[in-house]
Design a protein around this ligand. Structure first.
Ligand code: NAD
Ligand code: ZN
Length: 233
């Protein structure tokens, strides 16, 4: 299997994941078919403007998504990536996902570029709280609390982005289930290539990343990685 050959011949891999890796766990993506969320478009609710205008509505949407995330289970893609980290092959996961499925599958080093849906942050003092189950009431601090995620139009957390760039320069990369259109995450595979590293991509369809990928594996993430898991034994 070609993905296994890519993995086996590598001196270290960083995995970049997007919503597609969690699609097989029942969490819908933003883009692509079946990509529509409930009755709202993400662009209408995942913004600072939407939150200013109607925080209750935005929280309602996030609490609904939080429930979805907590009731979902990691699939074979999450599990295989965690296993490969345990074996010392995967060095880190860089994820655009706000879910916690990588951690729940056993991954230890996970960089969340877009924040986490299981956290809230105080808009006044900056305090972050993490929940280990879905919440049904808006959390309060000294000020208004908001979901601790990166919204459209907001910058990425600096430390996480810096670390993601460093990892992309240093290791081969497997890109899984990302549409490759959300910047700056989409530029990480290009950074890897520019640094002389190899890039493999797993997706059900081609993306802007496919053109520079050394290997493109078409398929559902859980099925492609299930094959890898069999080969690890
Ligand atoms: P995206 O929704 O833009 O793209 C999803 C990609 O996954 C597409 O390229 C699609 O072809 C591919 N895909 C769909 N099903 C797949 C499968 N079973 N196996 C492999 N690939 C599959 O997602 P994105 O690129 O991550 O960017 C969107 C933003 O949406 C991110 O910033 C993220 O924060 C947010 N988001 C997060 C979640 C989550 O946390 N699970 C879910 C939806 C959106
Ligand atoms: Zn506070």
């Amino acid at each position: 299997m070609r993905l296994w050959e890519f993995i086996e011949s590598s001196d270290g891999i960083v995995v970049l994941t997007g919503a597609g890796i969690s699609a097989d766990s029942g969490i819908p993506t933003f883009r692509g078919k079946d990509g529509l969320w409930n009755k709202y478009r993400p662009e209408e609710l995942a913004t600072p403007e939407a939150f200013r205008k109607n925080p209750e509505l935005v929280w309602e949407w996030y609490m609904w998504r939080m429930k979805l995330v907590f009731s979902a289970k990691p699939n074979d893609a999450h599990k295989t990536i965690a296993k490969l980290e345990e074996l010392g092959i995967v060095k880190a996961v860089i994820t655009q996902n706000v879910d916690n499925l990588h951690e729940r599958a056993g991954s230890r080093k996970v960089i969340h570029l877009h924040g986490r849906i299981d956290e809230a942050r105080c808009e006044v003092c900056g305090k972050v709280v993490r929940f280990d189950e879905p919440i049904s009431e808006i959390p309060r601090c000294c000020g208004m609390m908001r979901p601790n995620v990166v919204w459209f139009g907001e910058p990425l957390p600096e430390k996480e982005l810096r670390e993601a760039i460093e990892l992309s320069e240093k290791f081969d990369m497997i890109v899984v289930g990302t549409s490759g259109v959300v910047q700056p995450a989409a530029s990480l595979p290009f950074i890897a290539k520019r640094s002389g590293r190899r890039v493999a991509e797993v997706n059900v369809e081609e993306t802007p990343i496919t053109a520079i990928a050394d290997l493109f594996v078409r398929g559902r993430a859980s099925e492609v990685f299930r094959e890898v898991l069999k080969l690890i034994g």
